[in-house]
Design a protein around this ligand. Structure first.
Ligand code: GRF
Length: 197
C-alpha cells in the first residue's frame, strides 16, 4: 500500500513512521512550508518530497484542490497528517474519506485545537496524552484509532509535558498506520473503530 505524509514542520512523527519500516511504501512527504525540517530527513531516505505553499492561493478551497491533485499524483491508499498545520476544507476531507488520519496531542475529546499541553496544565488534569483518529470535517473529531496516556507531573512545563507526549506519539502513530495498511481497522456505524487482530 502507498502512504503520503503531510507535514509543516520538524516532522518527528513522519520520521518515526519511516524508521518503523512499516509494510507499506511512503510514496511522498509533502509540506506546505518549504523550510519544514522534515523534508531534509525524507530526502536522505530517498523519499520523494514536494512543497506546495498555501501562500498565493486566494482561498482555502483553491489551495486544497491543488493539494488534492498533488497528493493524488502519488496514488495513495492512505494520507497521514503529521503536524500538518492547516485546517482542511470539507471537500478535502470528503475526498479522502476513511483514508485520512491525524495525530492530535491530547486525549480526545479533551483539548481540541492548539496549545493542548498548556490547556492540560491549565485544566489541572493528572493524565494527558495523544490520539490518532480518522479525520472528519469537524476539527479534531473523528473515529479514534489509538490513544496513549502519560502522567502530568507537578513540575511540568508545556515543553516537558509535550516531550513526554511526543515519545508516545512516535509509538502509536506507526502502530496505527500498520493496522491501517494491514486492513485491520473498521469504522463502525456508531463512529468507533474496531481493530481486528
Ligand atoms: C505533534 O505534537 C503532533 O501531535 C501535532 O503536531 C506536532 C508535530 O510534530 N499535530 P512533528 O512535526 O511530527 O515533530
Amino acid at each position: 500500500k502507498k502512504v503520503v505524509v503531510l507535514i509543516s514542520g520538524r516532522g518527528s512523527n513522519m520520521q518515526a513512521l519511516v524508521n518503523a519500516n512499516l509494510p507499506c511504501e511512503i510514496a511522498a512527504v509533502i509540506s506546505n512550508k518549504e523550510d519544514a525540517g522534515g523534508l531534509a530527513f525524507a530526502a536522505t531516505r530517498n523519499i520523494p518530497t514536494a512543497v506546495l505553499s498555501h501562500k498565493g492561493f486566494s482561498s482555502r478551497e483553491a489551495f486544497d484542490a491543488e493539494m488534492i491533485k498533488l497528493i493524488d499524483s502519488y496514488q495513495p491508499d492512505l494520507v497521514v497528517l503529521a503536524g500538518f498545520m492547516r485546517i482542511l476544507s470539507a471537500d478535502f476531507v470528503n475526498h479522502y474519506q476513511n483514508r485520512l488520519i491525524n495525530i492530535h496531542p491530547s486525549l480526545l475529546p479533551s483539548f481540541k485545537g492548539l496549545h493542548t499541553h498548556q490547556q492540560a496544565l491549565d485544566a489541572g488534569v493528572k493524565l494527558h496524552g495523544c490520539s490518532v483518529h480518522f479525520v472528519t470535517a469537524e476539527l479534531d473529531h473523528g473515529p479514534i484509532i489509538a490513544q496513549a496516556a502519560v502522567p502530568v507531573l507537578p513540575d511540568d512545563t508545556e515543553d516537558s509535558l509535550a516531550s513526554r507526549v511526543l515519545t508516545q506519539e512516535h509509538i502509536i502513530y506507526p502502530q496505527s498506520v500498520k493496522w491501517f495498511v494491514e486492513d485491520k481497522l473498521t469504522i463502525l456505524e456508531n463512529g468507533t473503530v474496531r481493530i481486528s487482530h
